[in-house]
Design a protein around this ligand. Structure first.
Ligand SMILES: *[C@@H]1O[C@H](CO)[C@@H](O)[C@H](O)[C@H]1NC(C)=O
Ligand SMILES: *[C@@H]1O[C@H](CO)[C@@H](O)[C@H](O)[C@H]1NC(C)=O
Ligand SMILES: *[C@@H]1O[C@H](CO)[C@@H](O)[C@H](O)[C@H]1NC(C)=O
Ligand SMILES: *[C@@H]1O[C@H](CO)[C@@H](O)[C@H](O)[C@H]1NC(C)=O
Ligand SMILES: *[C@@H]1O[C@H](CO)[C@@H](O)[C@H](O)[C@H]1NC(C)=O
Length: 845
């Protein structure tokens, strides 16, 4: 459908907004993200505020109008009708103890430290602090690259009860630890504690006076319940109580603050439903105090019945403070003091140490790195899994869905809301993509199931429950105000004719295989089996969705539907659905196309379905059908006929294509006399049907899918292609497009910088590496060659990512193929964390 593919697989717009290091002026305007916290404190423009309230008022009117509009209520459009089958999340394995054990967590990945429960409306907690930039105070709260922190992220995190994060913000070193525990008196979900430790690292070794730091710890009740402010005075030495309250889910609760250091504590209380932009509120409040009284401290006042309490903790560095959240019955009992004690001070210290040891032991047991790698790599490996698990979030809200495929960006008139849904998921990047992305999640789960199968099933279950009656799953999940505040409005609407690779099947395939070879404990096997049994009908629908909506003209051929065939602005119309956004395909999108990557995804899907059917010994009709599909899609002759090009020695897409295209400036007149210039595509030769000569990961999909027989000359050619420095090979990993391709590193429009046209991406490198590993283990004439290339590529990928991490503090979205430098979104853990599986040599079965 025309225009259906305007939105990116991972909101490319957000990404190109990022620090494309070399081209700072080419960023499209920022979306609605409230990204510049530095504006807030000292200048509050009331007119802007008033304007915003007016807009909000009409937005609410509009919403109410839509809600009560009887016609829309009467007939639920098909596209927003849930898949009619029992939900995975209703399985017994996800109730009871399991559910409670995951109730509280660091499930707000978009902020530097944020805690909430897995409930649509929760009590939430978080941290802000004041930093100084260019002589101005700035507030830190929401993770954003523009804050330019030199480092942050979970160096360890177990996804459940423990995490340790280190943040370096200019001279300030801030460590945040999280610990959760369940005692017999605890309320539902248990108690938790946060330890904050602040140091000023520059003052070490200098005679300077240590400076002071201001932290802001807050609690907010999304249900609007009033919170009580602690004792009469906040003299925390005698009375550690900061706040208390009561909720339906957990009963009564208290928040305590303990420290041995000399702290000053101030507070402010607010009553507002807007929690997502709380830092703005705090900044305004502080700004007012500064202007009125010249002091940087909260006013110690509160709105009536506040649902948000913010506590300012100020002290000279270094200092340490513990915040304990205690819930449940018995808050009046003498045991209370004991419970607070065990969540603070030396008791907390020893529990954190114990958890740290447990994490290290589990890490070693799961990935076995000690004899394989140096300690620098192991530290990075821990951060890879720690950041992935610590980035897991919980979201609740409604996606926006296009009802006609023909949407113009910014035109939301013909969009409707998906049903209200929960999503528990890992995220690609806390600052840039702090929300769920369908195909990324498949790669995330390759790591997560190896750490904690129950968390992994819970996440996959949430995703499969988002399926509609047609077997479609929206690929980018922007649920709730917090998630929305990070996405430019043009990129919010999801298009129901567009797919995204069914990468979750990679993880499920591993699980099926693991069950078959008795890899798991009895309890794990039970959990996986009952999950798969219930999931089967959804997975079938998913398969059918691809099989019917993405099929090509020839039997057994597929192509990504939704490419824009009318655009004149793009050098090569993007294929966002494939996940490889601007990776070049046929120059002229048409129904004749055949995409070799999608064909291989379909093989994976059929194979996975076949294995599941086998597992249940259901060699019934449907099992056989998938078996036949596997035979068809892995048929070497048919594959070669459809996609192989002997001259290039590789597999290529097929379509209506010409290489002779370029972007040229064209003058256009708007109205009578206003002239403007735009970059448009010029086609210098009429396109012809044929194979599309762009080489990259897409060409290697049959190799990735292991269709090529081990003794085939074609395998040798693939190995030559991979290891050729003029084509894909670099010292840092494999390029995402051959250096010899006509579109290598080419801008797609004036503003669209090359994305999948050269830089090194970890997920594709991981998949290619896993096949090299496979072919170096099966008999054949090219075994040794595969082994050598495998070892070199593995070494290069590990070395480069580890070096970047230690040098620059982050895992990145991509790595520059020319110098190995990390670029794109930071804290991309995210599929860049797959480097840990590369260290462990753990590959898909
Ligand atoms: C927070 O956002 C809401 C609307 O989403 C707006 O009405 C409110 O004014 C904002 N608050 C601040 C302090 O910016
Ligand atoms: C997929 O589509 C093809 C062609 O329409 C059809 O023959 C086949 O039965 C479908 N399903 C499977 C599992 O192959
Ligand atoms: C085949 O087995 C699957 C897996 O349990 C089941 O869902 C499906 O209904 C069965 N189909 C037939 C035709 O019996
Ligand atoms: C290829 O594209 C050109 C330009 O859009 C079109 O005129 C031609 O008919 C197409 N060829 C085929 C075989 O679809
Ligand atoms: C690598 O590829 C280039 C470009 O296709 C080719 O000229 C060269 O011979 C290849 N080198 C090797 C070692 O195969």
């Amino acid at each position: 459908m025309a225009g259906a593919g305007r939105r990116s697989a991972r909101s490319r717009a957000s990404s190109s907004r990022d620090d494309d290091d070399t081209k700072p002026n080419l960023r499209p305007p920022r979306g609605r993200g409230r990204n510049h916290t530095s504006i807030g404190i000292f200048n509050v423009d009331l007119r802007v505020l008033l304007g915003l309230s007016v807009i909000a008022f009409f937005a609410i009117l509009f919403l109410i109008y839509n809600l009560i509009n009887p016609i829309e209520q009467a007939q639920t459009p098909r596209v927003v009708t849930p898949f009619p089958a029992p939900k995975l999340m209703d399985l017994p394995q996800f109730q009871g103890e399991h559910k409670e054990s995951l109730y509280w967590g660091t499930y707000r990945p978009n902020v530097y430290l944020g805690i909430r429960a897995r409930a649509p409306r929760s009590l939430i907690a978080g941290l802000m602090w004041i930093s100084i930039k260019d002589g101005r105070y700035v507030m830190r709260h929401v993770c954003q690259d523009s804050d330019e922190l030199s480092k942050y992220g979970w160096e360890q995190h177990d996804g459940r009860n423990f995490g340790h994060q280190v943040i370096v913000d200019q001279d300030m070193n801030l460590a945040t630890s999280f610990l959760k525990s369940k005692g017999e008196d605890s309320g539902y979900g248990g108690d938790w504690a946060v330890r904050l430790y602040v140091q000023n690292h520059k003052s070490k070794g200098y005679e300077e006076l240590s400076s002071s730091a201001h932290l802001f710890f807050y609690l907010a009740d999304e249900d609007g319940n009033a919170l009580n402010i602690g004792g009469d005075t906040l003299g925390i030495h005698e009375n550690s109580l900061l706040a208390s309250g009561s909720r339906m889910d957990i009963g009564s609760w208290q928040l305590h603050l303990k420290s041995l250091d000399d702290l000053e504590v101030h507070y402010a209380g607010f009553k507002t439903p807007h929690v997502h932009n709380l830092s703005d509120l705090v900044q305004e409040n502080l700004g007012l105090q500064v202007r009125k009284f010249g002091r940087l401290q909260l006013p110690d006042t509160s709105d009536d019945s506040p649902n948000i309490l913010v506590f300012q903790i100020s002290a000279r560095t270094p200092f340490r403070t513990d915040v304990a959240f205690i819930s449940g019955t018995g808050l009046e009992s003498p045991r209370l003091e004991e419970r607070v004690g065990s969540h603070t001070g030396s008791s907390l210290t020893s529990q954190l140490k114990e958890k740290q040891r447990e994490f290290d032991a589990k890490f070693e047991k799961s990935f076995n790195l000690v004899d394989k790698l140096d300690s620098e790599s192991i530290v990075a490996g821990k951060a890879a899994i720690g950041n992935l698990l610590g980035g897991i979030g919980y979201f609740f809200g409604q996606s926006k869905i296009a009802i006609s495929g023909n949407m113009n960006p910014g035109n939301h008139d013909d969009s409707i809301l998906y049903w209200p849904a929960e999503l528990y998921t890992a995220v690609p990047s806390r600052p840039f993509f702090p929300r769920g992305f369908l195909w990324d999640e498949g790669f995330h789960q390759l790591l997560v199931w190896r750490w904690d199968i129950h968390i992994s099933l819970d996440i996959i279950g949430h995703w499969l429950d988002l399926m509609n009656i047609d077997g479609w799953i929206p690929r980018e999940q922007i649920l709730g105000a917090e998630a929305l505040s990070k996405v430019p409005s043009d990129y919010v609407v999801q298009i129901p004719t567009n797919g995204n690779p069914p990468a979750l099947l990679l993880a499920l395939n591993d699980l099926v295989h693991g069950v078959k070879i008795n890899k798991f404990t009895a309890a794990e096997t039970d959990a996986i089996s009952s999950f798969l049994e219930r999931a089967f009908v959804r997975l079938e629908a998913w398969f059918q969705w691809f099989n019917t909506t993405q099929s090509g003209k020839e039997v057994g051929s597929y192509y990504w539907h939704g490419r824009d065939h009318t655009t004149t602005r793009e050098l090569n119309p993007k294929t966002l659905t494939s996940g490889l956004d601007d990776y070049p395909r046929a120059s002229h999108p048409s129904e004749d196309e055949r995409h070799v990557d999608l064909r291989c995804w379909m093989l994976l899907a059929a194979d996975c379905m076949h294995s599941i059917a086998e597992l249940f010994e259901k060699e019934n009709k449907s099992g056989k059908e998938y078996g036949n599909k596997v035979k068809l899609l892995s048929d070497f002759e048919i594959l070669n006929q459809m996609h192989y090009d002997d001259a290039y020695g590789t597999y290529l897409d097929f379509g209506n294509h010409t290489e002779k295209v370029r972007l040229v400036w064209k003058e256009t007149t708007v109205g009578h006399n206003y002239a403007t210039r735009e970059l448009v595509r010029e086609v210098l030769e009429s396109p012809k049907l044929g194979l599309v000569p762009h080489i990259g990961p897409v060409s290697l999909f049959p190799f990735i899918a292991r269709i090529i027989p081990a003794d085939s000359r074609i395998l040798e050619k693939q190995l030559d292609l991979i290891s050729n420095r003029s084509i894909l090979w670099t010292k840092f990993g494999l390029r995402s497009l051959a250096k010899t391709s006509s579109l290598y590193m080419k801008y797609n429009t004036e503003h669209d910088a090359p994305y999948w046209r050269g830089p090194i991406w970890m997920n594709m490198n991981y998949m290619i590496l896993s096949s090299l590993h496979h072919y170096s283990g099966v008999d054949g004439p090219y075994r040794e060659k595969a082994r050598t290339i495998y070892e070199d590529l593995r070494g290069n990928l590990i070395r480069n990512v580890v070096q970047n991490y230690h040098k620059n503090g982050f895992f990145r979205e991509q790595y520059d193929q020319r110098n190995g430098k990390g670029k794109g979104a930071r804290v991309f853990n995210g599929w860049t964390s797959l480097v840990l599986l590369i260290m462990a040599e753990a590959y898909p079965s």
